[in-house]
Write a new protein. Sequence first.
Length: 339
Amino acid sequence: MEYRVTRIVKLRRNPAQDSPNPQGRVDLDDKISIVAKNNEWRQVIVIDKFARTRREGFIKAKYLLEKELTDNNTTINNELPFTVSTSFTGKGIPLTQENLDAACDQLHVNEAKIWAVLAVETSGFGFFANRQPRILFERHIFHKQTAGQFDDHPDISNKNPCSYLGGVKEYTRLQKAISLNHKAALKSASWGIGQVMGFNFQSAGFPSTETMVSAMVEDEGSQLHAMINFIKAQGLDNDLQQGNWALFARGYNGPQFKKNDYDIRLAAANAKYEIKRPDLKLRSAQAALTYLGFKPGPVDGLRGQETHSGLVQFQEHAGLNVSGELNEQTEIKLMKAAF
């Protein structure tokens, strides 16, 4: 639930009137979510109207516009902060060349190595056709995060992994877990194009799992940024630079990486992308066609018959000259329709 203040107030460090306010003031158009309640005070997350800054602190309840529950000193566990859409659906903006250039610069690798990791983790695209980020819910992580409290729901809480539904159906499992403990649920899924686990939010460069998920929902650039931060935090950048796929796989995928030939698949993907890289303009068009229901096949930046067919269908639908080519007019109309 989203709240706003009824007047400009100070964002206190602690729940006390004389507490310092290094985070500044809260304006009337700032967006506020409640994290916990402490008598007359509310611990909150404040995001400015342009979504540029995120601050945490305390505000007196009487200055909040929306009505709250009345019990005191309790943390709200089953209400998602407003920064995380309960539908987990945003714009689904694809990667840009700027995103890739930044990733290569930070890791000191070429694009082929970046694409190799992305291809093995998610077949190279971070969203489902409904614009939800790709996820995989890990029931053994939820079991661990909740100390087995919900093991009477073995499909989502179990000391053993698996029980995957795959694809968008993973959100059914996630939503069930959210109904039991939303923070643990978000931590128990891997997110986006790099499949970074929610509990690794700090290594991914975020102050909380909720803020990480919010970023994952919006665009692949944020998803890639999280992956890059995680690689660096785990000290895997040197292994990636050297092409030591076994060591990289162990650190990124876990000690059981050999079970799925993770290192072999990474090496093969890297060899493939050393020869030919995805066309980002075409890849964005494929993403747009996917969102609009024109089924261009894999969002991989590689031209094929399905992509040609998808472009033909869109051109017919949009009243454009039908060529099956991604010309300038088609690209402009397609991007405008999708984003």
